[in-house]
Design a protein around this ligand. Sequence first.
Ligand SMILES: [Zn+2]
Length: 315
Amino acid sequence: MGVKISTVKEKSTGNEITVKDCEKGHDGEYICKTDGCNAHMSFVKAHEKRRLDKTIEIPSFFKLKSNDKHAYKVCPYNTKGAVEIIARDSDSNVLKAIENEKYQFNLQVLHKDKNTQEKITEANSKTSADEFSAQKGKVYTRSGTASSYIKTLTQVLTLRAQLEDNKELASLVTLTYKNTKIKWSNFYFEIDSYIDAFEIAKNSAIHYPMCFHGVISKVVDSSKKFKYAKFKLHSPYIELEGESTDIPSLEFIIADDSLDLNAFSAGAEVLIYGVIKVSSGDWVPPEQRGLEEPKSIRFLNMSAWVNHAEQVTKL
Ligand SMILES: [Zn+2]
């Protein structure tokens, strides 16, 4: 999706131009608004994207022209500079400097917090077997290295969300989990790669946390049946073909009271990470029922527990 910058400078005059100006028809050549950074920017007009349940609107923004870069040490949008700033303030056990101005980020599944774990187990005693087994996902503790880990991870992920793809960050930051290198493409998922996440979570020998960038489709309130609220993310729109079509489906169970649910609603763009549990189920859409050759959907369900409010970042 790229950095969603809403103001730039006109190259010829240096005048500030906003997305509103361009929406009204302003046309020209644009550069980054940071003084001394002459990165070329282009206007991306608001457009619609079809999702499984509905069509959502992506608002207008300016993006960096391909192959251009924001000026290093001058512009806050420069990726290398941004990583250096994150690393400077981070615990070196979390984001470790390695050779050639590169960094290693050690993904962690932190030790279970006893209190939280007990609370969840108790609360789940009345829920279905499925949801009970899902809660066995790792619980992150709030103390010590955990909080510095979460802080740095959130900063790195927010930076990633601002970039077009994994490439630039992958060249600067290597991800590891228990000494195993994890590819960015096996860790960070946009809507077009949710299916890959399912396959990886299903087949991976190690269960490390994964991060998802997406838009909330629904906030499901807690109920008598299930005492935690859930965030569901929009699934991609995939044309039904043949007998059965795979469609990924993501939900996050909110087990941290300190997460302000009022701040989230359908349409919110978020980053959420956690250890994914997978299952799948077939479903025939109503309009296909009764047809001679109904096309069904196989939902590739992924769910994760949000035990810490910090696992969710609103963009
Ligand atoms: Zn710039």
